[in-house]
Ligand binder design. Structure first.
Ligand code: CS2
Ligand code: MG
Length: 401
């Protein structure tokens, strides 16, 4: 079997997605997510101009060799664009291999390690009361785990709070600027989780995304303040370029820490894992080199009793979600999977076998990862430039969004 052709499909059903389709000379094809929110065309070009020409004629079953070729052979290793491109190739090749084997992808990874994949939903509101209501709605729907984000008194346009039905941080046109105040945030967040625990008790798993906005000592302060409310995790408490910074957080709080949605290789989290500075690794298939590399990250994490908690926002396409659920069903040190429901247009372009029931998801039993792309329909949604926001402090200092 040889790789006969490959194409990059850029489509925007509700938001921009980039999908790689690899077709073999037997007519079997596989698809992979290559979406990098706000930098979609960079990955599309990397695939079209620098990867696809090197794939034609190769044996699609040689997933590992192709991964090593694209990683080491590029000379310029790592980075979000390169690793999203490699991830798309990797995911598409695993899709092909599973289709040829006639098996759902998780069977090729080692079979299922659990009955279903526990997922968490995103509840958000403009204030505590609205957020309480949203959390209640997800509890009603059967979710065992809910992320809670709320507007902050005195600030408008805070991260994680939807303006419409679906939360989408990327906005059309050039990046929008929002104002951030750590002081207002730090005073407010504990009141949100106190209200949630008073209303819903200690049973629901509650999660919160700090989204890289605090300094290490501020993150330690927040973790300490949240301890009475027993969060499942506090996510991205501080930017993780300096992995050692998390030692300071660990010295002050037992609130579990989750990091990694922006990581693209094992090197981004080696210290965090080896020094047990985190409890969940959030790296995702689409941003961290696909199944082949995420397995390596998960296996390193397992040595330190760190569990997976992969990113699953709406800017990761259903192709990534489908493949991630196969990974999650298999991976022994699974923690939780993020699941932000895509909008109906997205689901229509990406028909899929995965399903939700009672707080858990299952990837389905069809051969491959169980997600397809309707190219005809995809063509009806042309790319629409959109960027993630930029944050500034109240004095205008550029800050972490
Ligand atoms: C967030 C994301 O889901 C999350 O945890 O951090 O919404 C993130 O802001 C987006 O994926 C960025 O594109
Ligand atoms: Mg996050």
């Amino acid at each position: 079997m040889k790789i006969h052709s490959a194409s990059v499909i850029v489509t925007s059903p509700g938001r921009n997605f980039v999908t790689l389709k690899i077709v073999t000379d037997d007519g079997v094809y596989g698809i992979g997510d290559a979406t990098l929110n706000g930098r979609e065309l960079a990955v599309a070009s990397y695939l079209n101009d620098h990867v696809i020409p090197c794939l034609i004629g190769r044996d699609p079953h040689q997933i590992e060799d192709i991964w090593q070729y694209l990683y080491k052979g590029a000379y310029w290793r790592r980075g979000p664009v390169t690793m999203a491109a490699i991830a798309a190739v990797d995911t598409a090749l695993w899709d092909i291999k599973a289709k040829v084997a006639g098996l759902p992808l998780y069977q090729l990874l080692g079979g299922r390690s659990r009955a279903g994949v526990m997922v968490y939903a995103h509840a958000n509101g403009r204030d505590v009361s609205e957020t309480l209501d949203r959390v209640g709605e997800y509890i009603e729907k059967g979710y065992k785990a809910i992320r809670a984000q709320s507007g902050i008194p005195g600030l408008d346009g805070v991260y994680g709070v939807a303006k419409g039905k679906f939360y989408e941080p990327a906005t059309k046109g050039l990046p929008q600027e929002s104002t951030w105040s750590t002081e207002r945030y730090l005073d407010f967040v504990p009141t949100l989780f106190e209200a949630l625990r008073v209303k819903y008790g200690m049973e629901p798993h509650l999660l919160h995304d700090v989204h890289h906005r605090l300094t290490p000592i501020e993150a330690a302060r927040l973790g300490k303040a949240l301890e009475p409310y027993r969060l499942f995790w506090m996510e991205d408490p501080t930017p993780a370029e300096n992995q050692e910074a998390f030692r300071l957080i660990r010295q002050h709080t037992v609130t579990p820490v989750a990091v990694g949605e922006v990581f693209n290789t094992i090197w981004d989290c080696k210290t965090l894992i080896e020094e047990q500075l985190i409890d969940y690794i959030r790296a995702s298939l689409v941003h961290a080199g696909g199944i082949t590399h995420l397995r390596r990250i998960a296996d390193l994490a397992a040595l330190y009793q760190i569990r997976t908690g992969s990113h699953g926002a709406t800017d990761l396409s259903p192709v990534c979600m489908g493949a991630a659920l196969h990974f999650d069903l298999w991976v022994p040190n699974f923690g939780i999977q993020e699941h932000m429901a895509h909008c109906p247009e997205t689901d229509e372009v990406f028909p899929h076998a995965y399903s939700f029931k009672g707080g858990y998801m299952h990837p389905g039993e069809v051969p491959g990862h169980g997600v397809d792309i309707d190219e005809k329909l995809a063509a009806k949604y042309p790319y629409n430039p959109a960027y993630l926001p930029v944050a500034r402090l109240e004095d205008g200092t550029l800050w972490n969004w």
